[in-house]
Design a protein around this ligand. Structure first.
Ligand SMILES: [Zn+2]
Length: 415
């Protein structure tokens, strides 16, 4: 047990304990407010729906607690428990060595990690989501999704891992800089390709149908300078009755996507308001800013990995007997979350600020009242809690809590 071992243990245990504490706070806040709909929502949301949201929130959090605890155990098993040594041994036995041996090691690591996450995901989908009436996915589609995702991971991951490990092996002391360039270009390519090449493998995307909604929306798009070819309805109802809308992609490939469930639930003016919110993200360049932040953070990450991979203690302190490039990459991926968890509230603060900006834009360009009523419908249909704990929310929520968000929209409307 070295100083490095203790440091990682301290951070990993602190991260898990913080997560469990915040979850406990959230469960307590939801339970305390379960008997009464908050006054601001008393006219729009029934007590039964409010209680369903409370129970759904608590059920999801309980499962999340289990997943956090097992995550800590899995981290310890891979490192101090000798899991990575064992995997190295298996690759050796199979005669895999050198660059391809490293690629095989990492692919096996990802596959095993995916398998370990599977029970929690199955329980979430087929027990919790089903109990609250949200799950629409059949076991067959679930299996097909999983096979497709694994195949994609192998197809995309294999060449990427090969290039990374080849750079670590042969590009000299500055390998991390080249690796970052490859990684950054790869991420940009994926962001660009995702909406047009990858998402259609899992869902059908159709242009918004003609009608009152489309006419309203087209005039909004023209006002805001956005091309209407980027507007799609996705068959989200194949998997879940949760509704959503999102903004994705870069350049000509950028799209605004509505879930079919949402389009069914909202009136034309509400859909227009939600769209105006998404256009607000586009207008303020939120996607570009987020990508820039991701690139800067990953540069820091690669520089750190460049240094750590040269230190023997980095490996031995975490139970890895044989230092190697693939072990360095894997250890880094395993251990990083214990240190970066403190960034979560900062990133979410940034994201909530973006949501306020997009809401203000929506009020200026569409109907603020319709935005509020669409949000209330979405909170109710998704069983999102209206009474989160303030600290939990500050840490975990990428969107402002319902009462604060609606207050802010009303403020914008008065201006
Ligand atoms: Zn938004």
């Amino acid at each position: 047990m070295t100083l490095w071992t203790w440091t990682v243990l301290l951070f990993a245990v602190t991260a898990t304990a913080t997560g469990l504490y915040l979850s406990w706070r959230q469960k307590r806040a939801v339970r305390m407010h379960r008997t009464q709909v908050p006054p601001a929502f008393a006219d729009s949301i029934k007590l039964a729906a409010h209680q369903k949201a409370a129970d759904y929130t608590a059920a999801r959090l309980k499962l999340e607690d289990i997943s956090q605890l097992t995550g800590l155990l899995v981290l310890l098993a891979w490192t101090l428990g000798g899991g990575l040594n064992l995997l190295d041994g298996v690759c050796d036995l199979a005669g895999l060595s050198g660059l391809w041996g490293g690629v095989a090691f990492m692919l096996l690591f990802f596959l095993i990690s995916q398998l370990l996450d599977l029970p929690v995901d199955i329980y979430r989908t087929f027990a919790i989501e089903a109990r609250f009436g949200f799950n629409k996915i059949t076991p067959g589609l679930y299996l097909a999704d999983m096979l497709k995702q694994t195949l994609l991971m192998l197809l995309i991951g294999t060449p990427l891992l090969w290039v990374m490990l080849a750079l670590m092996q042969g590009a000299g002391d500055q390998w991390w800089l080249y690796a970052w360039l490859v990684w950054g270009s790869f991420m940009l390519l994926m962001i660009w390709a995702y909406p047009t090449l990858i998402a259609p493998l899992f869902n059908r995307f159709e242009p918004l149908p003609d009608g009152e909604m489309k006419t309203r929306i087209e005039s909004l798009l023209t006002r805001c300078g956005f091309h209407s070819s980027g507007l799609y309805v996705m068959d989200g109802s194949r998997r879940s009755s949760h509704g959503n809308a999102y903004f994705t992609g870069l350049g000509k490939a950028k799209r605004i996507v509505f879930f079919d469930t949402l389009v069914k639930q909202l009136k034309a003016e509400e859909t227009e308001a939600v769209l105006a919110h998404e256009l607000g993200h586009f207008h303020h360049g939120h996607v570009k800013r987020q990508i820039a932040m991701m690139l800067v953070l990953s540069l820091l990450g690669f520089a750190l990995l460049g240094w750590l991979s040269q230190q023997t203690w980095f490996y031995t302190g975490l139970g890895v007997n044989q230092p190697s490039n693939h072990a360095a990459l894997t250890l880094f991926l395993l251990v990083m979350p214990a240190f970066t968890f403190v960034l979560t509230p900062l990133m979410n603060r940034f994201s909530r600020r973006n949501e306020f900006e997009a809401d203000a834009y929506a009020v200026a360009n569409s109907d603020g009242g319709a935005l509020i009523s669409s949000l209330v419908k979405m909170y109710e249909d998704n069983a999102s809690t209206l009474t989160p704990d303030a600290i939990y929310s500050a840490w975990h929520d990428s969107h402002p809590p319902a009462p604060i968000r609606i207050d802010h929209i009303e403020q914008c409307m008065r201006q």
